[in-house]
Ligand binder design. Structure first.
Ligand code: PEP
Ligand code: MN
Length: 350
């Protein structure tokens, strides 16, 4: 059951609902609804008498299993990472190397992606490699390099956390925690990142359904962390010419089903640098709130995922075209500010 509370509902209403649910053995959670009120999700039904409280605005007994992640009965979420707002309108761009290779090279990459228009720096310090013999990342030294690159550029950093026991360490350096595709269903990890105050980037498992992905987001939300961004990064299909198949249905569908922002990873989604720009723009056209892209000053020398890594100049082209696409769509949707921005963007890109 989902109980919607109006903005003027007293705190005592929320606490009573949670306490009643506990007393009758039901799990319950609460989250802000993005409109000034709250929703309370109860994994079961409370009796009408328990719901007769001030500020109870609506009660839904039939709803999606991902009560807190569902878009039903609430406004779209904006997730803030430092000053960056994901889901607020303009597409945001996270970019950087697959793996942190060293301090100076990361700072060079961070400066390059910033000049190309990136809002955040990506880079793995702990890498989930298919082979145990492949470079596994620099570990804590890599986290320190990410912090140094943030200091040098002002870009917030997103990096992957592989293990529940690493969460506090990674959170002490990173602005956003990435849960990778291979860990989307690592429930102890989801609970641990859900217990932090760091926003979480949750990549879709490459064999996971959209509903499984949203249920994984639900774990994080139910653990108390409302700041989750979903990332479509390609799924396994019969096609082996590309590394994965970027599932843009899932982007449009997730935007329909959840209030959480959704971004697209065209690098892992294709595995081929020649396809990255077009699929990045296709992701934005499908409704994504942003992109995460692997970029290296000299892609052929990247220590990991070189074949899908693009140059800062290519990233700048994605940024320019992505902005133009955004303002063009806003303009045709009748947003007059968008028309003015469109003129400016077209003048800039000319
Ligand atoms: C990554 O972004 O570095 C990564 C390993 O991605 P994924 O988990 O989607 O494979
Ligand atoms: Mn990679």
């Amino acid at each position: 059951m989902i109980v919607s509370l109006s903005p003027d509902a007293p705190t005592s209403t929320r606490l009573s609902l949670l306490a009643f649910a506990t007393a009758v053995g039901l799990e319950s959670r609460t989250l802000p609804d993005g409109r000034g009120g709250h929703i309370v999700g109860v994994d079961g039904a409370l009796p009408p008498a328990a719901l007769d409280l001030p500020g109870v605005a609506a009660i839904q007994t039939i709803h999606k299993p991902y009560m807190l992640a569902s878009r039903e009965h609430r406004a779209l979420s904006v997730v803030r990472v430092g000053e960056v707002q994901i889901g607020a309108g303009p597409p945001i761009l996270m970019a950087g190397p697959c793996v942190v290779e060293g301090r100076e090279s990361l700072i060079e990459a961070a400066r390059a992606v910033k000049s190309a228009g990136a809002d955040m720096l990506r880079g793995g310090a702990y890498k989930p490699r298919t082979s145990p013999y492949a470079f596994q990342g620099l570990g804590e030294e890599g986290l320190a390099h990410l912090a140094a690159a943030r200091d040098a550029t002002g870009l917030p950093v997103v990096t992957e956390v592989l293990d529940p026991d690493q969460v506090d360490l990674v959170a002490s350096y990173a602005d956003m925690l990435q849960v990778g595709s291979r860990n989307m269903a690592n429930f102890p990890l989801l609970r641990r990142v859900g217990g932090t105050d760091r926003p979480v980037l949750l990549k879709r498992g490459f064999s996971a359904t959209v509903e499984e992905w949203l249920m994984s987001a639900e774990y994080i939300l139910a653990s108390g962390n409302p700041n989750v961004v979903l990332c479509e990064r390609g799924i396994r299909s019969f096609e082996t010419t590309t590394r994965f198949t970027l599932d843009l249905n899932a982007v449009a569908l997730a935007k329909e089903l959840t209030h959480l922002p959704v971004i697209v990873d065209p690098s892992h989604g294709t595995g081929r640098r020649s396809l990255v720009t077009r699929m990045a723009l296709a992701g934005l056209a499908a409704g994504a709130d942003g992109l995460i892209v692997e970029v290296h000053p000299t892609p052929d020398r990247a220590r990991c995922d070189a074949s899908q890594t693009i140059t800062p100049a290519e990233l700048a082209a994605i940024h320019r075209r992505g902005q133009a696409l955004h303002v063009a769509l806003a303009a045709v949707e009748g947003d007059s500010a968008g028309v003015v921005e469109l003129g400016a963007a077209l003048a800039l890109s000319a």
